[in-house]
Ligand binder design. Structure first.
Ligand code: PMV
Length: 336
């Protein structure tokens, strides 16, 4: 399996945006998410005798797997993936690098987990197929290589979902699913994953508010608000779910014009459930004033990223308007 003459393998996973339905998806309504390939998390595993060393250079952390606290997401993914593969976690170093900004609704946590799962599956699959040859040159202190099968996409997604639970207690599973499958998904919690046809590609500008907003906080806020007024929140979630259903139908029939008003309607409801913010509203306003057909927050809200439906003809102008209104970065992704 590839890039491994010297016991090194690398695997990566994309970021994601939620187009429609965040928060309501936690309560069983449908949501739509798509991968974003311009940003990625990457895991590199290098064979090395001894305890597992973790190097998360982006967050300036280097530590031994044995010293990681029980809620450490990287260590948890490594340990659980090795358990699933039936191998003891030892005799390698793993380094993580990601261009996905943290806590901005782009799925950085799930992407890191999926990259780790893929890298470990590849590492042990490589060990399996090449063990006879490579075993000759290995140091005696490295333990014998067991025979393992590679992991399926579904298994990697399920392992990443377990780690998502560490980030916040009640994840819907949408992040790990869209990132592991790397295709647009129409996601309903606890249901088999549904992909769908994008009849006509469209462009989405993703604008970073610059505000890091942990998913856990927004999700916790919505849960308390729901507990305090279930009837109101259930009705809001129903409306968001209906938007996600209509958006899927519009995307499947290539009706890009319908998506702008649906994004705006979803943003109005996100505001009503209490997850918008001044920074989000400023970017949404700037995009609409610059001629965008629709804009909304994406992900947990309270910061993070705003997504904007743009055209070839106005993408530059809208990106400029977003930057002038305070966006830290704008990337444009094609949904196809
Ligand atoms: O991780 P984020 O910020 O993209 O948020 C995930 C979307 C939520 O619906 C708010 C939570 C979830 O688990 O689906």
């Amino acid at each position: 399996m590839g890039d491994n003459e010297s016991g090194i393998v690398t695997a990566s996973a994309p970021g994601k945006i939620i187009l429609f339905g965040e928060h309501a998806v936690v309560y069983g309504r449908p949501a739509i998410a798509v991968p974003v390939f311009q940003v990625r998390a990457e895991a590199t595993i290098q064979q090395r005798a001894g305890n597992v060393q973790i190097d998360a250079a982006d967050i300036a952390r280097r530590y031994d797997l044995r010293d990681a606290p029980p809620d450490d997401p990287i260590a948890t993914m490594v340990t659980r993936t090795c358990a699933r593969l039936g191998v003891a976690p030892r005799d390698f170093a793993i380094s993580i690098h990601s261009t996905i900004p943290v806590a901005r609704g782009l799925g950085s946590g799930a992407a890191v987990s999926v990259a780790i799962g893929r890298a470990l599956a590849k590492f042990y699959a490589t060990e399996d197929t090449e063990s006879t040859e490579r075993g000759k040159s290995r140091s005696n202190s490295v333990s014998p290589v067991p025979s393992v099968a590679a992991l399926s996409v579904e298994e990697i997604s399920a392992l990443a979902y377990e780690v998502e639970k560490l980030h916040h207690g009640t994840p819907s599973g949408i992040d790990n699913t869209v990132i592991a499958y790397e295709q647009p998904v129409y996601f309903v919690r606890d249901q088999p994953i549904e992909s769908f046809r994008v009849a006509r590609p469209f462009l989405i500008a993703i604008a970073d508010t610059g505000v890091a907003a942990p998913t856990k906080i927004a999700v916790g806020y919505v849960r308390r608000a729901w507990q305090a007024d279930r009837a109101r929140y259930e009705a809001l979630f129903d409306q968001i779910g209906a938007i996600a259903r209509n958006a899927r139908a519009a995307i499947e029939r290539g009706d890009v014009d319908a998506l702008g008003p649906l994004l705006n309607a979803n943003q109005t409801l996100a505001r009503e459930i209490g997850v918008s913010s001044l920074e989000i509203e400023t970017l949404v306003d700037a995009a609409l004033r610059a001629g965008a057909r629709g804009a909304k927050l994406s992900g947990a809200g309270r910061g993070g990223n705003v997504i904007v439906l743009v055209d070839e003809g106005n993408r530059e102008e809208i990106a400029r308007a977003l930057m002038e209104a305070g966006a830290r970065r704008v990337i444009v992704t094609r949904v196809s």
